[in-house]
Design a protein around this ligand. Structure first.
Ligand SMILES: NC(=O)c1ccc[n+]([C@@H]2O[C@H](COP(=O)([O-])OP(=O)(O)OC[C@H]3O[C@@H](n4cnc5c(N)ncnc54)[C@H](OP(=O)(O)O)[C@@H]3O)[C@@H](O)[C@H]2O)c1
Length: 161
């Protein structure tokens, strides 16, 4: 399956691109800067330049599956979380529908599906954006999986899920 990784230059995206490249699947790394191409090129992983704040439709050509693992990161203003983690995700879901992709995997976050009363003030904007994007995907009609990881350790995987 030809799989578009949105957020491929990130921590999860980079690992995923390499793992998919070693599998029967064909990853396409969606990145937003030309200089990010090098590390994928070295491994023979195709890239496509696209920014979630602009038109991304060209990235979906011949794509059969999508993994959304982009995020605004902790160092941007809170408003940027809505722009990327929610509105960017919704844009990707809409494009996936138009492109008739078979499967959409969302990298969400632990607690995103919990009662908002359990969200801390400092993280509320983050969980709200994740939750809204997840809900949009659940109602999209796409085949989907929503992953809800806690804080990742960046150590080698254990193979246990
Ligand atoms: N790491 C964790 O512990 C953890 C835990 C739970 C959930 N998550 C979620 O998992 C996802 C990935 O996490 P991560 O740690 O891999 O994040 P990351 O390293 O910060 O990667 C996020 C990626 O999103 C990309 N991005 C940001 N704005 C973009 C835009 N406008 N257009 C296109 N791409 C854009 C970034 O591109 P640049 O490289 O160009 O900046 C980056 O490659 C996030 O949604 C995060 O909330 C992570």
């Amino acid at each position: 399956m030809k799989i578009l990784i949105i957020g491929a230059n990130g921590q999860i995206g980079t690992r995923l691109a390499h793992q998919l490249n070693d599998s029967e699947h064909d990853p396409v790394a969606m990145i937003r800067k030309e200089k990010q191409q090098e590390k994928f090129k070295k491994e023979g992983i195709p890239t496509v330049l696209a920014d979630l704040e602009e038109d991304i439709s060209h990235a979906f050509k011949d794509i059969e599956g999508v993994v959304f693992t982009a995020g605004s990161g902790a160092d941007t203003p809170k408003s940027q979380t809505k722009v990327i983690d929610e509105e960017g995700a919704k844009k990707a879901i809409d494009e996936a529908i138009d492109a008739e992709v078979n499967r959409f995997v969302m990298v969400s976050a632990l607690k995103a599906n919990r009662d908002p009363k359990n969200w801390s003030d400092s993280m509320q904007h983050y969980y709200e954006a994740k939750s809204n994007a997840d809900e949009y995907l659940r109602n999209s009609g796409l085949n989907y999986t929503v992953l809800m990881p806690g804080r990742l350790t960046n150590e080698e995987g254990t193979g246990r899920v």
